[in-house]
Design a protein around this ligand. Sequence first.
Ligand SMILES: NC(=O)c1ccc[n+]([C@@H]2O[C@H](COP(=O)([O-])OP(=O)(O)OC[C@H]3O[C@@H](n4cnc5c(N)ncnc54)[C@H](OP(=O)(O)O)[C@@H]3O)[C@@H](O)[C@H]2O)c1
Length: 406
Amino acid sequence: MDSRPFDVLLYGAGGFTGRQTVAYFAAHAPAGLRWALAGRHLDRLEAARAAAVGPSRPAQVLKADSRDRASVDTVVSRARVVLNTAGPFALYGDPVVDACVRFRTHYVDITGETTWVADLIQRHHARAAADGVRIIPFCGVDSVPSDLGAFLLVRFLRAQGVGCGPVKAAFRLRGGLNGGTVASAIQLFESGQAYRAQEPFLLDGPAAHTPEEVAASVDPLRPRWDADFGRWLAPFVMAPVNTRVVRRSAALAALAGEAYGAHFAYQEYLSVKSRLQASAMAAGLSVFQAALGSPARHLLKRLLPGPGTGPSEDVITSGWLRCDFLAVGEDGRKAYGLVRDTGDPGNAITVKCLCESALALAQDAARLPGGTGRGGILTPAVGLGDVLVERLRARGMVLSASSSPP
Ligand SMILES: NC(=O)c1ccc[n+]([C@@H]2O[C@H](COP(=O)([O-])OP(=O)(O)OC[C@H]3O[C@@H](n4cnc5c(N)ncnc54)[C@H](OP(=O)(O)O)[C@@H]3O)[C@@H](O)[C@H]2O)c1
């Protein structure tokens, strides 16, 4: 591995999110880290390199189009870690992950495409696990805050000798929308896969669940008052992704002998001020999903941001995210969690989570959970755990668990 010329390869670095990963690495990559850019348009990669200001510079810019598998093999085989922002991942991701598994290159991305990852698990989990290759999707705002927030609560209760029961999470956030995210949502419906995404344990693999567990884990559709949070809760657009990821973390942890708890369950919501707002959010989400599933999505394509575009710099810097968690231990005691940060969740926070995940793989291999032998299609909590928590805290993100509300 050390003989490879690059520690980290930023794939898709000419895209809207990709350009921000280049800026993040230029500003924060440690001295001596060898990193390079790759993608299908050299001019866009060169522009990203020229725009990024900071002490660290990319060693090289490499052309690799995911429709040309040989070009992808060439760049992936030269890196220890690949950071991928070329999405929709169901369209462009397979050649990259396939190559990472074959060349034993660790991998992180920011997909929220659960059905794509379900297929990766089928195809690659066993081999990546046997070879100790960490393939870690969902390293953006879907689903790092949810996954690490639940992980910290489980650990907090375990330290008191108590297993973790149900956990609920309530998000508040402000930010913009990327064209790439719209394209990924549309791709899910155009591919006819949207129905699969409703399966509550889509990413668990062979773990069995009782009909009661499944019924308790379906995505909520109605608004409701929550006395614990003292807030109205509405269905949350990211919950069908985040909940599947947290449940996979629980399933993988149980296989590794670190079970979250026999009665662990996870749900999440959007937290709003009033009943009216909660009803409006619930109705808006159903209308949006119905439109995506109908011919009206062609209109949405024209109205919403297109690939390569995203929010203004103002929106990216003025956004924020706050997620409150409540866990009930198996003996009934409660534990409270908080994840909070500033910046647009889909851009500034996503880029921070993703880049720190890649840097953790590149720099902290000996300290990663499960030791150097752990591999598979993993989650942020199972593949990076405390190492990522520490890195994000050092970059200003609040991640906490305690016995009293924050
Ligand atoms: N999880 C999260 O929190 C989060 C947040 C933001 C975005 N995302 C996801 O990240 C992905 C990218 O979003 P974005 O806003 O950055 O989109 P974008 O600006 O449209 O970027 C897409 C990237 O994919 C590249 N690409 C397209 N076809 C390719 C091919 N055949 N081979 C290699 N690269 C190819 C594009 O290259 P060119 O520039 O050469 O066209 C571009 O670099 C989307 O799937 C989105 O859903 C997730």
